[in-house]
Design a protein around this ligand. Sequence first.
Ligand code: BG6
Length: 482
Amino acid sequence: MYFKETKGFPKDFLWGSASAAYQVEGGWDADGKGVSNWDKFVRIPGKTFKATTGDKAVDHYHRYKEDVKLMAEMGLKTYRFSIAWTRIYPNGNGEVNEKGLEFYDNLINELLKYGIEPMVTVYHWDMPQALEDQYHGWESRKIVDDYVNYATTLFKRYGDRVKYWITMNEQNIFTGHGWLEGMHPPGKVDDMKTFYQVNHHANIAHAKSVITLKELHPEAKVGASFAYSPSYAYDRKPENAMAKADYDDLQNYYWMDAYAYGRYPRAAIQYLKSLGCAPVFEEGDEALMKKAASLIDFMGVNYYQTCVVEYNDINGVGSDHTMNNTGKKGTAKVQGVPGLYKKPQNEFLPTTDWDWTIDPMGIRMCCREITSRYDLPIVISENGLGAFDKLEDGQIHDPYRIDYLKRHIEELKKACDDGCRVLAYCTWSYTDLLSWLNGYQKRYGFVYIDREEDENSGTLNRYKKDSYYWYKKVIETNGEEL
Ligand code: BG6
C-alpha cells in the first residue's frame, strides 16, 4: 500500500540498539584475528583520549552471551552490530579465518534464539592493516574487490539468518576524519582530492556488494548508514540560504544521492572540478551506482545533531582539525570552509558535554527530507546521548538519557504520522563502549560497564541503568508509553 493508514509506530517496528566491533569486542588478537588500522592508529601517541584502545574494549567477544541475554530480557527486537573484517580475513584478503566466522555464527544464533533480529554492518571503520600496507587501503581501487570478497563471504555464510544488512557505517565520517581532519586512520589532513577518490571507491564497493547480495539473497534488506546532520540557514539573508544549499550538496546529498540515486549532486561536482578534486570514474561506474541505487531498501540514518550554516567568505574560518574530545563543555570551535560556509552554534538549542547540539526535531527532519527527496524507507541506525554516568550502589540514574531518547522518539513518531516509512530505531548504544576518540568516559549505553580508560581498571561487570528499564517499557508498548 502506498499510503499508511495507521498512526504511530507500525506493529512490526524494530526497536533496537547498536554497537560496532572495535568498540565492544576486545579480543583484538584472539583466535587468529588480524591487525586492523585502528589497532595500529590507537597506538600513535596523542590520537585517542588518554591513549585508550579497543584491545579489551568491553570484552563482548567473550561475554556476548551475557550481553544478548540482557537484550532478550529487555525485549529488544533488533541488535545492530558490525563484523570485524580482520576476524574473517586477517590479512584483508587471502585465507579466511574459520574461527572468526564461527564467532559471528554464535552471536547470530544466540540473537535468533531469543527472537532478536540481527542487523549486520559490514564495515564500521576497522579495516585490515594489511590492506593499508599492501596498497593504502581505501586510496586504491584495489580495495573494491577485497571489500566485495569479504562482504560476499558474509552474505554466503550468514545470509540464511541475517535479513538486514548495512554496507557502510558513516562513510562521510570515516573518510572526513581520515583524509581531511587527521583524526582517524590514515590520519591525513586536508587531502581533498584523495578524500573524494576514497569516497568514490567506497561507493563502488558498496554498489557491487549490494548487487551481489541481491543476487544471492533477493529477499535481503540492504542500505548504508549515513551520519546525517540536517542544516538550518543562519537567517533569511539570501547568502546564508545559498550557504545552506552548498552545505547540503557537499555534506549531505553528496552521500545520500550516491546511495539513493547512484549519482553525485551536479553543483558539488562542478565545485570539485573547479578545485581539481572531482573523483575519477572508471568505465561502468555510473551504471553500477545506478543499479545499486535501484536495489537498496532503506536509507540508514545515524542522527545525533543538526547544524547552523552561515556564509563564510574566502578569508573566513577553515577547519583547525580539532573537536571537543574531553567532555569539557564549550571547548568546541566554529569550523568552516572558506568561500562557502561556517557552522556557528545554534543559540536556541542546548548541547551535550561534548558540545553536540541536542535537537530532537532534527530526527523528524531527517525522515521528512529522505521521504521527500528519495521516497525510501528509513532505518534509524544510531541515535543517542554520550554522557558521564555514575555507578552508585549498583545503580545508574540517567534521567538525562531517558529525556534525550524520549524526546527523539516523540519526534520520530510524528515522522511516522507524517507518512515516513520508518522501519527501525536503534539507539547508540546497547552497552557502554569505547568512543573512538573519547575513551570510555563518554557513555552511551543502557547497560553500564565497569571500566575506565586504564586497561586494567574495572571488573567489566554489567549493570542495568534506569534507561534500560525505561526502554523495556517503550518496546513493550510499541512507543506508546514514553
Ligand atoms: C557514530 C559512530 O559516529 O557516532 C559510532 O557510528 C560512534 O561508532 C558514535 O561511537 C558516537 O560518536 P562518539 O564520537 O561520541 O563516540
